[in-house]
Ligand binder design. Structure first.
Ligand code: IVH
Length: 675
């Protein structure tokens, strides 16, 4: 064989291998080789093609990027129109749809395919003899725009189908979307470069796909899920149901959403909706409902279409996450450390499944950026359990004469001045513990479950105690007497007794909890634990220098400074002394290593990657540290375990590469379980 022949053979082998690994990665979500190995194969192919440009073909995996910008989009006519879906906004509307379908089909139990309604934009991709030849947007359903050059840059769209049993002409339809993480990263990048940011992932996906310059699209993290067929020729040997056709698409290398499943009967449809709704905030992409499609193609044909939508499918929408409302006032709230958070008081609005009356405005810069004013009409967003926020102001609805909001320079509670620390966006009330708002917050924090865990001491009660002058600082809590408490609104003898009991119980605590409860700026649970471990007792922490404090794992100069300053304040020292003194007697066991020794994580280095369903990453980290582990940020040969959650990325690959023991969530929880 000639050298060129060798190169041609190697090039083909590399292309095959790259296509295979792309399929494993994007379609099966089950990569076989580490990213680095994939990159090596890819680079080798690029180099060989550079040496032999005559061997480059349009369907080579290297040919995704690089086409020149277009002057304008060409129009594409959809031979089979791209339809829309009718919506059901409630269970009743879904029930009416189900009834129509089952009556028409004369069956009680109809089988559907349930799929997430993806929040992106519809795309049609045409393959001829297995090769991608065209991709077009939906447009008005009949005429779309030719975006082939851009679609070729989307890694999860195969340029060539797998196998050989595909029809000569295959038109696939699906949704192009931008995953949430990629969207946030893109906006950060855009902001840094002074470019415009996108309001949501859908807009970002649309803006990225409708680019004349494919080199820009190539830098945008677009993905696709395929959900149906368009033209197919010959169409004789196609599967007989929607579900089977999706599975067939998957085999040809096209990406299908893993949440797709078959459901039978009305109740199963609702169950799917509930389950997906609960899962929604954990999905790495945005969805806005469920699409149910009659599974059997024969039955689909029986049902047919009305105007622009099929009678065999419906979109069951989730409650909207964005709504319009009016800002009735802008107030500021004072946090435990004096941080001033502006809040928009809203005309009540039903959004994301709840009635919202307040939305955070974060800080002064954010108010400035939004230019939000009292009486403005705004878009409010509430997604999952996230705190509602004001997304933007509808400027066209602004009333004439609306005055620009002026950020206060005095604390609305104690009237001390509001100050800005250099380089910080947060404004703070300078009143310290003189400010009753700060006192209330610090008492609430002290009593909270993960701190001193004083059962029955809720927010409302703390507010009453401070307002009535019964409690000035946390040490006063332990001097309360029963009659005083019982005399408060909504309290009685029994509840007063219970509170006193809970206060008594709380005196028996642990050093990390106590440290955390003090509410030292920057000291969360994990830092409190690290400090307790490092120094062993409170006196050592209180007298430690900034240098000694920085020697603690994960304590940087800013945190060290904050701890040091806290324990130099006479009133803080005084409170700690009172709390530990004979009269109150808060105590904790000397820190022993007992809980740590014998733990499977003692002295092990552990790396966390991906999302865990059972706990946040911080919680996992804190648990591991309690059990004597060092939690590191990256994988190396010194790593003992890598805990691999959902959507784990390159750290899992690295672990595989280095042969580090990997624990999936279940194994991890089992290991934690006994300790
Ligand atoms: S099927 C004839 N399936 O919703 C059925 N559409 O309102 C045509 N969409 O333009 C569409 N997820 O952009 C279908 N799983 C899904 C979908 C989906 C999102 C979008 C699509 C379409 C619009 C119709």
């Amino acid at each position: 064989m000639t050298r060129a022949g060798d190169a041609a053979a190697r090039i083909e082998a590399l292309r095959e291998s790259i296509r295979y690994h792309n399929y494993r990665y994007y379609v099966l979500d089950d990569p076989e080789i580490p990213d680095a190995e994939f990159d090596r194969l890819f680079r080798e192919l690029v180099e060989l093609e550079q040496q032999h440009p005559e061997l480059i073909s349009a369907d080579s995996p290297t040919q995704r990027v690089g086409a020149e910008p277009l002057a304008e989009f060409a129009k594409v006519t959809h031979v089979i129109p791209m339809l829309s879906l009718n919506n059901a906004f409630s269970e009743e509307e879904l029930a009416a749809f189900y009834k129509r379908v089952s009556e028409k089909l004369e069956t009680e139990t109809v089988e559907f395919v349930a799929e997430p309604k993806l929040d992106g934009l519809a795309l049609s991709i045409t393959y001829e003899n297995g090769k991608l030849v065209n991709a077009a947007t939906r447009g008005d359903g009949v005429t779309g725009e030719d975006v082939t050059h851009n679609v070729r840059t989307i890694d999860s769209v195969p340029l060539r189908l797998r196998g050989s049993d595909y029809p000569r002409l295959l038109e696939v339809r699906g949704e192009v979307f931008m995953p949430l993480a990629g969207f946030e990263e893109l906006n950060r990048r855009q902001q840094k470069m002074g470019e415009k940011t996108f309001a949501n992932p859908r807009n970002a996906a649309a803006g990225s796909l409708r680019q004349l310059d494919p080199r820009i699209t190539a830098q945008r993290p677009l993905q696709i899920f395929c959900y149906g067929l368009g033209q197919v020729q010959p169409d004789k040997e196609l599967p007989v149901s929607h579900y089977d056709s999706l599975m067939q698409l998957r085999q040809w290398g096209l990406r299908v959403c893993p949440e797709v499943t078959r459901v039978s009967g009305f109740k199963c449809c609702l169950d799917y909706y509930q389950n997906l709704s609960a899962k929604r905030s954990a999905l790495p992409y945005e969805i806005d409902g469920v699409v149910y499609k009659v599974n059997s193609f024969v039955q689909q044909q029986q049902l047919g279409f009305v105007s622009r939508a099929p009678r065999w499918a419906i979109a069951h929408k989730f409650p909207a996450q964005e709504e319009l409302t009016v800002v009735e006032a802008i107030d500021v709230q004072v946090g435990r450390t004096g941080a001033i958070t502006p809040v928009a008081r809203l005309k009540p609005v039903f959004v994301g499944g709840v009635t919202v009356t307040n939305a955070t405005l974060h800080n002064r810069d954010e108010i400035e950026r939004l230019d939000v004013r009292v009486d403005d009409t705004v878009i409010v967003r509430r997604a999952g359990d996230v705190i509602p926020k004001v997304v933007s102001v509808v400027k066209s609805k602004r009333k004439a004469g609306a005055r620009k909001y002026k950020f206060p320079d005095k604390c609305p509670v104690c009237h001390s001045s509001i100050v800005y620390e250099p380089e910080q966006v947060v404004a703070r009330c300078s009143g310290g513990l003189f400010c009753s708002a700060q006192r209330k917050q610090s008492i609430k924090h002290f009593a909270s479950r993960r701190a001193m865990d004083i059962e029955g001491l809720g927010d409302k009660l703390v507010e009453q105690l401070v307002d009535e002058g019964l409690v000035q600082d946390v040490s006063d809590l332990y001097r309360l007497d029963k009659t005083r408490i019982a005399g408060l609104e909504r309290m009685a003898d029994k509840s007063a007794e219970n509170l006193l009991k809970a206060l008594d119980v709380s005196k028996n605590t642990t050093l990390p909890r106590f440290l955390y409860a003090l509410g030292i700026g920057q000291v969360g649970e994990a830092t409190a634990l690290a400090l307790a471990r490092h120094f062993g007792d409170l006196d050592a922490i209180m007298s430690a220098s900034v240098e000694q404090l920085t020697a603690v794992d994960d304590v940087g100069p800013v945190v060290a400074e904050s701890i040091h300053t806290f324990f130099r304040q006479p009133h803080n020292k005084d409170i700690v002394k009172k709390l530990r003194g004979k009269t109150i007697g808060i105590h904790w066991p000397a820190l022993e290593k007992k809980q740590v020794s014998g733990s499977p994580f003692a002295d092990k280095t552990v790396v966390l990657t991906g999302t865990l369903a059972a706990m946040t990453r911080d919680q996992a980290k804190a648990r591991l540290q309690e059990l004597g582990a060092k939690v590191a940020g990256s994988v190396s040969r010194k790593t003992d375990f890598v805990v691999v959650g959902e959507d784990a990325g390159s750290k899992a690959d690295k672990a595989r590469e280095l042969g580090v023991t990997m624990l999936d969530e279940k194994t991890f929880l089992d290991k934690l379980g006994g300790h």
